[in-house]
Design a protein around this ligand. Structure first.
Ligand code: NAD
Length: 288
């Protein structure tokens, strides 16, 4: 398939390379010359003008920093420029309202479009093992699935337009809360004189079982190997978790959802990110 890929950063670079490996012809665009050079090295055809990249394609994939940029790119360079009938896939993490808005504009111009944010970081993007949560019509999903399969291990239809972004921010709000809870319990056990490894052994097989404890233990040398064992380098950056929490709180307000723990998690991550935005989000344990 002939596919345009817009946004070849930490995530998009590896995703575009995997589309090439899956046998697609990838036409790549980014504002960064460095990103374009890397994409060329990975077998993409590169363009310095977005409208040229989307000419003649059957699908457009984007992986961009935020909703404002996604909206501008689709309005200015994709809608009305990619061939009528192309399927559009935005894989960026953005606010639910903008995702719905851009899809509505695309549909009005005759395109099928999905929001398809991902779970999994840079390693999963490079390894082709991302999980995609997809919002859009049945028809758009079926068309998008054929493209997404080349970049991930799971592709799940979440519901109508915006449902992918909704799933993503609700999941990450839960993750932020559970990580803080896990960190609190581990530090408290330690303060009370319980060996943290013993606590891990017990709680990971009891009702405290959760992903943050069992699969991403935030204390070095305890439980499974995680970013904690590498001085909190790599993993999922605190700054990105904070971005997702802000999107979650924005959406909660719009929907009138009560999220007291989500709000508190955001406040704790805001304070921590001031000096530690680059550390893995499990490093929040250092504040306890
Ligand atoms: P990044 O900053 O590394 O990459 C973004 C790329 O977009 C850059 O190469 C930049 O030059 C390019 N860009 C910016 N404006 C552009 C424009 N107008 N036209 C074309 N290209 C443009 O960011 P990333 O880490 O790759 O993240 C991308 C998206 O994926 C974000 O929405 C992020 O929240 C989401 N995400 C990231 C991770 C992660 O671990 N990094 C995990 C899950 C989801």
């Amino acid at each position: 398939m002939k596919i345009a890929f817009i946004g070849l950063g930490n995530m998009g670079g590896g995703m575009a390379a995997n589309l090439v490996k899956a046998g697609h012809q990838v036409r790549a665009f980014d504002l960064s010359e460095e990103a374009l050079a890397a994409a060329k090295g990975n077998g993409c055809e590169t363009f310095t003008v977005a409208r040229e990249a989307v000419a003649g394609v059957e699908a457009v994939v984007s992986m961009l920093p935020n909703g404002g940029i996604v909206k501008a790119v689709y309005q200015n360079d994709v809608i009305g420029h990619a061939p009528a009938g192309a399927v559009l896939l935005d894989c960026s993490t953005i606010d639910v309202a903008t995702a719905k808005d851009v899809t509505a504009s695309a549909e009005a111009a005759g395109y099928d479009m999905v929001d398809a944010p991902v779970s999994g970081g840079i390693a999963a993007a490079n390894g082709g093992t991302l999980t995609f949560m997809v919002g859009g019509t049945e028809k758009a999903f079926a068309r998008a699935e054929a493209v997404l399969n080349g970049m991930g291990k799971a592709v799940i239809h979440a519901g109508d337009a915006g449902a992918g972004q909704t799933a993503k921010i609700c999941n990450n709000m839960l993750l932020a809360i559970s990580m803080i809870g896990t960190a609190e319990a581990m530090k408290m056990a330690e303060k009370l004189g319980l060996d943290p490894q013993k606590f891990y052994e017990i709680s990971s097989q009891s009702s405290g079982y959760c992903w943050s404890l069992n699969a991403y233990t935030p204390l070095p040398g305890v439980g499974v190997e995680s970013p904690a064992d590498k001085d909190y380098q790599g993993g999922f950056a605190t700054g990105l978790m904070l971005k997702d929490l802000r999107l979650a709180m924005e959406a909660a307000e719009t929907a009138g959802a009560s999220t007291p723990l989500g709000k508190h998690a955001q406040e704790l991550y805001e304070a921590f990110a001031e000096e530690n935005g680059g550390l893995d989000f499990s490093a929040i344990i250092k504040t306890l």
